[in-house]
Design a binder for this molecule. Structure first.
Ligand code: NAD
Length: 364
């Protein structure tokens, strides 16, 4: 097991990562026993069915309030958020209580937002169970969705600890492995050419990633994310680089209807577009065709889902909280490992989006 320390301006906390890491939760709770009045775990129906008995055993708690929410983006709604707050009140959680988020990024975002807002903020621990959640569990961004946009209602609220037991990944369907691996690719593209080269040479299929590779790339990504949030916890500067691929990605997710295209699938299409835009506007030297064929060999789509209108996607992007007036803020690459923030004019975006749509074969 590895330990990575995340140091932000407001908090320093450990990430325990490895097979069997969940035993650290028991240790943490034992060490802090007495410090928490009530502990409530928020998990989703799929994770609860697969892993809650093991979780209960490892946590070793006599009493634990359990809140089970719908799986996926359905968890990140006002109704479910309100329901969690009601359960917290009914079970008399107070300012010394602890919320544990046990699941993927959706549960982590929801539970973290509940913890951030309940009684003006109580402590929480993240127990991620997906590959994607290597990203969402670290850094303290927590949120729910609004029908007008993803993650529109949220807060910055750092966890007390992140306990990442890679045994949970074994039950993850390939579609979700693919979704999470997109954020791994993103971390490599924005930060480190050697890491990107390592990924493309090591990973040739998503159904035979071995334990060593998994630990290696997830540890590397958490270190990258940790160094970014250490410098810019509140996203006033370089943290925005982590949105590489997300500007169009979020618009695709919202336009298709949350949950239809996974977050990672949408971000992958967004990254391919951002690379094309980087080529057009910054002269990026990068073999996009080679990148696309690697992605396709891993089962990713690299063109637009059918039926999405470029105009509507652009208005979604303008609505995105990172957008400013008539321009859309994009993370582009000068080269692999060198991201920049650029304000792209709506008409330039439209032109490039149309080229992107014409070049790729859209899919249903
Ligand atoms: N806060 C952040 O910084 C940040 C960063 C990136 C993404 N996100 C958010 O994360 C969310 C996506 O995360 P995600 O892909 O983990 O989504 P998720 O939580 O919806 O999980 C995906 C699916 O996998 C299932 N699942 C989870 N763990 C499992 C396991 N071990 N075995 C089998 N099935 C399992 C879930 O029930 C769900 O159906 C999005 O809402 C996105 O906005 C947040």
């Amino acid at each position: 097991m590895q330990q990575i320390q995340i140091k932000t301006a407001t908090k320093s906390y450990p990430v325990y990562i490895g097979h069997g890491a969940l035993k650290m939760l028991g240790e943490i709770l034992k060490k802090d026993s007495g410090s928490y009045t009530t502990i409530m775990v928020i998990t989703d129906e799929t994770v609860a069915q697969l892993h809650l008995p093991y979780f209960r055993k490892q946590a070793g708690l006599e009493s634990l309030v359990e809140k089970i929410v719908p799986a996926g983006e359905k968890a990140k709604t006002f109704d479910i958020y309100y329901d969690c707050l009601s359960s917290a009140l009914e079970n008399k959680l107070d300012r010394k209580s602890l919320i544990i988020s046990f699941g993927g990024g959706a549960v982590g975002d929801l539970a973290g937002f509940v913890a951030a807002t309940y009684m003006r903020g109580i402590r929480f621990i993240q127990i991620p169970t997906t590959i994607l959640a290597h990203d969402s569990a670290v850094g303290g961004k927590v949120a729910i969705n609004h029908p007008f946009g993803k993650n529109m209602i949220g807060a910055f609220h750092q966890p007390e600890a992140v306990v990442y037991d890679l045994d949970f990944i074994n039950s993850l369907p390939e579609k979700e492995v693919r979704s999470g691996f997109a954020e791994v690719i993103k971390h490599s593209l924005i930060s480190d050419k050697n890491f990107y080269n390592w990924l493309t040479s090591e990973i040739d299929s998503l159904d035979n990633i071995d334990d060593k590779q998994l630990l290696e790339f997830l540890t590397k990504c958490i270190q990258i994310k940790g160094s970014v949030v250490a410098e810019d916890e509140r996203e006033t500067g370089i943290r925005a680089y982590l949105n590489f691929g997300h500007t169009l990605g979020h618009a695709i997710e919202a336009e298709s209807g949350y949950g239809k295209v996974t977050h990672g699938e949408a971000v992958t299409i967004g990254m391919v577009f951002a690379l094309q835009l980087s080529k057009a506007l910054l002269g990026l030297s990068f073999n996009i065709e080679e990148f696309k064929s690697w992605l396709n060999s891993l089962g990713y789509k690299t063109s637009m889902p059918a039926g999405l209108s470029a105009d509507r996607l652009i208005s979604r992007m303008k609505q995105d909280k990172k957008a400013v007036s008539e321009t859309v803020r994009f993370v582009l690459l000068e080269e692999v490992g060198s991201p920049i923030l650029a304000e792209v004019q709506g008409d330039v975006l439209l032109e490039n989006l149309k080229i992107f749509e014409e070049e790729g074969e859209s899919f249903d």
